[in-house]
Design a protein around this ligand. Structure first.
Ligand code: FMN
Length: 369
């Protein structure tokens, strides 16, 4: 009898993952001037003991003005790099889990308040606010202070910032980079015809709209160690008629794969307030499946995947190669242990916790060293 596919190892680039469970990036809004704090050591530290295969650090801004909020993590100077170094040194001392970082720029969705304070845009005239930038001078909400359209010098500045952040990530020994091309942030703003109204080489046709995200990918791929994965997170659709959709996502995935992209993570939405999302269990999996059928690189599905049997069905039927969890693993940071117990598999656990193994699961927990 073969074991569950969810607990089979998989290789992405030169990185071998112990199973198919990825911890999705999750903003914590707990940084100070872009620098990770003790919260990040606690938060990432406890998730690193979960038995998942890969820990993804939250959306990390490549420029200060690319932060979603004034409490976002950045990787744009020596201080922000040192803060991440301190955090991952602590995490790594106690967990063998590989660590990826999501590098991003929020574009027109930058300069917002914290979600628990309402999350609205903060105008440049108010404390903690700044002028946003985007492909075109179109705000996310009609009431937003409009972004400034990036000129060619601005595009170069942003592209170089992605490459600089990737160099810093390499110096930190981070195992993989994920570029944030989803949820209506800057790279997605270039992709979608709803937010990109440019008339130069970076707007109009699909080829032109993909140009800047692909240039950013190339710039990052060039500086990040060749053996380590550079991956992309995309929104598979805007859920708005006339917007970015599944067919364009497939074309983008194929273009990325041709340039050496190691894996693609398919989410959705976030670009336009008119989005009409059919929310329910596995609601984004069909978007991942469409990409999976068109590329050879590993595909990650995400979104309301909460049950072990549901996750096993997604990877077992080949809709995707891996699944990612966000809310479910915040709610239950031992989700992979419980899934392994339910499906009859094994997970690596810290030696200090081995005695917690319930009597009925004799081989559930594997020592970490
Ligand atoms: C607290 C929180 C923070 C998030 N931050 C990010 C982020 O930094 N980058 C990102 O791409 N998605 C972010 N997301 C979206 C998740 O990664 C995930 O795609 C989404 O929550 C759907 O998965 P789920 O149903 O397992 O929660 C966040 C979600 C949550 C709940």
């Amino acid at each position: 009898m073969t074991g569950p596919k969810l607990f089979e190892p998989i290789t992405i680039g030169d990185l071998t993952l112990a199973n198919r469970i990825v911890i999705a990036p999750m903003c914590q809004y707990s940084a100070v001037d872009g620098c990770m704090t003790d919260w990040h050591l606690i938060h990432l530290g406890h998730l690193a003991l979960s038995g998942a295969a890969l820990l993804t650090i939250e959306a990390t801004a490549v420029l200060p003005e690319g932060r979603i909020s004034y409490r976002d993590v950045g990787l744009y100077d020596d201080a922000t790099e040192a803060a991440i170094a301190r955090t991952i040194e602590g995490v790594r001392r106690h967990s063998p889990m590989p660590i990826a970082i999501q590098l991003g720029h929020a574009g027109r969705k930058a300069s917002t308040d914290l979600p628990w304070l309402g999350g609205g845009q903060i105008p440049p005239s108010a404390g903690h606010g700044w002028q946003t930038e985007a492909p075109s001078a179109l705000g996310f909400a009609a009431t937003d202070n409009a972004p400034v359209a990036l000129d060619h010098a601005g595009l170069k500045r942003v592209r170089d910032a992605f490459a600089d952040a990737a160099r810093r990530a390499a110096r930190l020994g981070i195992d993989a980079v994920q570029l944030h091309g989803a949820h209506g942030y800057l790279l997605h703003q270039f992709l979608s015809p709803l937010s990109n109204r440019r008339t130069d080489d970076y707007g109009g046709s699909l080829e032109n709209r993909m140009r800047f995200p692909l240039e950013v990918f190339d710039a990052v791929r060039q500086v990040f160690p060749a053996a380590k994965p550079v991956t992309m997170r995309v929104s598979g659709t805007d859920w708005v008629a006339g917007g970015w959709d599944s067919a364009q996502t497939v074309a983008f995935a194929q273009a990325l794969e041709a340039r050496g992209c190691s894996s693609i993570h398919v989410s959705s939405g976030g670009l336009d307030p008119r989005q009409d999302i059919p929310i329910g269990p596995s609601y984004q999996v069909p978007l991942a499946r469409a990409v999976k059928q068109a590329v050879g690189m590993p595909v990650i599905a995400v979104g309301l995947i909460t049950e072990p049997e549901q996750a096993e069905a997604i990877v077992g039927t080949g809709d995707a190669d891996l699944i990612a969890l966000a809310r479910a693993i915040l709610y239950d940071p031992r989700w992979p242990w419980h899934a392994a117990a339910r499906l009859g598999a094994q997970v690596t656990a810290p030696n200090q916790y081995l005695r917690s193994q319930p009597r009925e699961y004799k081989d559930l927990l594997r020592p970490s060293s």
